[in-house]
Design a protein around this ligand. Structure first.
Ligand code: NAD
Length: 282
């Protein structure tokens, strides 16, 4: 019998993506045939706006679904028939499912972060959170935190206007006063009273080593969630762990966004532990 699925990823510079291996290995464990193709607009010599044409082509060629990444997560929206409530609220899509002639957009960065957080930091208090970074990943993570019950989310970004814009959008959706933009000078005071710190800037990646904040602002008792996943052990995660903080690395979000997309593509329940092991060996 054996159902067969055709899926893929559209984005720029995605040659090294781990998504094909994560999806195909998980499909193997379910005894499914699933192919996951990388459709790199840079390699094709196309601009980001080509995402519409590529989505239509994939649908015509019988794809079951697609992941969408930078720089196409917003541009793809006008080419879809319907959005999940979470994708509509965020205004960004990272997963498209083709079913019954319709293209439906979802955002598993939001759901994936929420699941990784619930599993990796179970039971931590989430009332007051400080988040560094209000870009693409930051917007997804902030939506997840407010959905998980954070009452006060303070957003700090070196580009303060981005923090203000994200806080405004979050308050319009989740209710006034839930999110605020935090000027850099107020970071120390706010962190001293926070339950946890979420990091969503590129600091700590191989090309941007170091810490995104002064080391002295970390303290035992503060939980720390990281989105950077190359490397998994960023300097922030290492320092926080040394202090005894509960930590969540960025690999968890990367794996759970893939797991949630796998569920949407196939209707089957993924095995996140196996996918986390795969991610660690890839
Ligand atoms: P982005 O460029 O959209 O946003 C980054 C933001 O951080 C910018 O607004 C920038 O002004 C701000 N910033 C930079 N340094 C700062 C500092 N020291 N303090 C405060 N703000 C600072 O980038 P993005 O797409 O949001 O990606 C950010 C990181 O998240 C990357 O490392 C990316 O690989 C990672 N990411 C991880 C996952 C995952 O699944 N784990 C998913 C998406 C992105």
């Amino acid at each position: 019998t054996g159902a067969a699925y055709l899926t893929g990823l559209i984005g720029a510079g995605i040659g090294p993506s781990l998504s094909p291996a994560l999806h195909e290995r998980e499909a193997d464990r379910h005894g499914l045939r699933l192919l996951y193709r990388v459709i790199d607009i840079d390699r094709l010599g196309l601009g980001p706006e080509a995402v519409g044409e590529l989505v239509r082509a994939a649908r015509s060629l019988g794809f079951d679904g697609l992941n969408i990444t930078h720089p196409c997560k917003q541009l793809v929206i006008e080419h879809l028939d319907e959005l999940s409530p979470g994708a509509a609220a965020l205004g960004a899509v990272n997963t498209v499912v083709f079913r019954d002639g319709r293209a439906v957009g979802h955002n598993t960065d939001v759901t994936g972060f929420a699941r990784s957080f619930a599993r990796g930091l179970p039971g931590v208090p989430t009332g007051r959170v400080v988040q560094l970074g209000a870009g693409g990943a930051g917007a997804a993570v902030a939506h997840a935190l407010l959905t998980l019950g954070t009452d006060r989310l303070a957003l700090a970004d070196t580009d303060h206007a981005r923090a203000v814009a994200l806080a405004t959008a979050l308050n319009a959706h989740f209710g006034p006063g839930r999110a605020s933009a935090l000027p850099g000078r107020d970071l120390a005071g706010r962190l001293a009273r926070a339950d946890g710190l979420v990091h969503a800037t590129p600091t700590g990646m191989a090309g941007h080593p170091g810490l995104p904040l002064p080391a002295g602002l970390l303290r035992p008792g503060l939980w720390v969630a990281e989105v950077v996943y190359r490397p998994l052990d960023t300097e922030l995660v290492r320092r926080a762990r040394e202090l005894g903080c509960a930590t969540l690395d960025g690999g968890a979000m990367a794996v759970f966004q893939a797991a949630d997309a796998f569920r949407l593509f196939t209707g089957l329940e993924p095995h996140p532990d196996r996918m986390l092991d795969d991610f660690a060996d890839l």
